[in-house]
Design a protein around this ligand. Structure first.
Ligand SMILES: [Zn+2]
Ligand SMILES: [Zn+2]
Length: 376
């Protein structure tokens, strides 16, 4: 089978610059990468072709040889191993191009890894959100091993530079004309080897602990407020930095108060007689003290009274919201004979003026029904 021209494979001219070549390779490699085309044999072949072409054309010497002799330039030079382990070879090239982002964790050449961020859900009461508080929480997390100071090597012993890769974490191997780089199999990319692993952490450099942390919850926090504790997440691997801990706050529903931002709402039942005659009632506030509210004569259900500055504290502010008291007039139940008698007497004394709302409503009903009768 005759081989396709390398320039043609990469879709570039023979005068292509390195930059254009690289950009064209990236585009094609992305498009035909096996990860993107699972099970597609054609894509795999294409991907191999693209890689092979790029390996040659991106190397000045090989490109010059190819320009002079074409594919023949490479036919005798290989030492035969060109096809071995091709998939690994491809992914190594791919990684060297697109970085370690595909692998997940942020990792540097020494195998250091930043610890994971942790999430902790904390439920607090409305009163605590009002005043703010210092909460003590227990967080299970992995911390740097004290026995070995996180190195993973047995105390007194040291890790030493990996003899295979000389501390680089990656090794190069020649496959024909191709120089292939891969993660060092001896140290798994760490660059160092531990002869005597720490018994406390089995050489990982970290152990699981439950830590007690103090969290300062500021006044005025809301449901869903997130507090970040920098560096309090999971310990990093092999001396890498720790992750962060995020506290997610949720507020327990309160039995008396409902919150709407800075304002609080409270429904307060009042007796029929208080509502009719007026008076003063005592209402609770979130700070725990009682406040007094004047109820005027003839107060109806649903009437709202505002207590300025008795509401919720506002996050990072000295402001305080308002408390709204909504009264609900309670109809008396389980009357004694005497009470019934009094109410009946009260009723006989009543006129349209006693219940203007009722009189108005039934007046409108009468008009409505009368109107219907007229048109029928
Ligand atoms: Zn240890
Ligand atoms: Zn190594």
């Amino acid at each position: 089978m005759s081989k396709r021209d390398y320039y043609e494979i990469l879709g570039v001219s023979r005068t292509v610059t390195d930059v254009e070549l690289k950009s064209s390779f990236r585009k094609l490699a992305m498009q035909h990468h096996p990860d993107r085309n699972p099970g597609d044999k054609q894509a795999e072949i294409k991907f191999k072709e693209i890689n092979e072409a790029y390996q040659v054309l991106s190397d000045g010497q090989k490109r010059a040889a190819y320009d002079r002799f074409g594919h023949q330039a490479f036919e005798n030079g290989g030492g035969g191993g060109g096809q071995a382990d091709f998939s690994d070879f491809m992914s190594d090239i791919f990684d060297s191009f697109f970085g370690d982002a595909r692998r997940g964790g942020p990792r540097n050449a020494n195998g250091r890894e930043r610890g994971a961020d942790l999430r902790y859900n904390l439920e607090i009461g409305l009163e605590e959100a009002f005043t703010g508080k210092n909460a003590s929480i227990r967080v299970p997390t992995s911390v740097s091993c004290e026995a070995c100071s996180g190195t993973g090597a047995k105390p007194g012993s040291k890790s030493r530079q990996c003899p295979t890769c000389g501390g680089h974490g990656r090794v190069r191997a020649n496959q024909g004309f191709f120089s292939v780089e891969r993660t060092c199999p001896t140290c798994n990319g760490r660059g160092e080897v531990i002869d005597d692993p720490c018994k406390n952490c089995q050489g990982t450099g970290r152990v699981t602990r439950e830590r007690t942390l103090s969290v300062n919850i500021p006044a005025g926090v809301e449901d869903g407020t997130r507090i970040r504790l920098a560096g309090e997440g999971e310990a990093g691997l092999r001396g890498g930095p720790a992750g962060d801990l995020y506290i997610f706050l949720s507020l327990k529903p309160h039995p008396i108060f409902q919150r709407d931002g800075a304002d609080l709402f409270c429904r307060v039942p009042i007796g029929l007689v208080s509502a009719a005659l007026g008076g003063e009632i005592e209402v609770p506030t979130l700070s725990g003290e009682q406040a007094r509210v004047k109820i005027p004569e003839g107060t109806q259900t649903g009437k709202q009274f505002r207590l300025k500055g008795k509401g919720m504290s506002v996050l990072r502010s000295r402001e305080v919201g308002d408390l709204y008291i909504q009264v609900v007039v309670e109809t008396p139940q389980k009357l004694t004979a005497r009470q019934r008698e009094l109410l009946e007497e009260f009723e006989r004394e009543s006129s349209q003026n006693t219940h203007p709302e009722t009189a108005g409503f039934f007046g409108r009903v009468k008009d409505f029904l009368g109107g219907l009768g007229g048109t029928a």
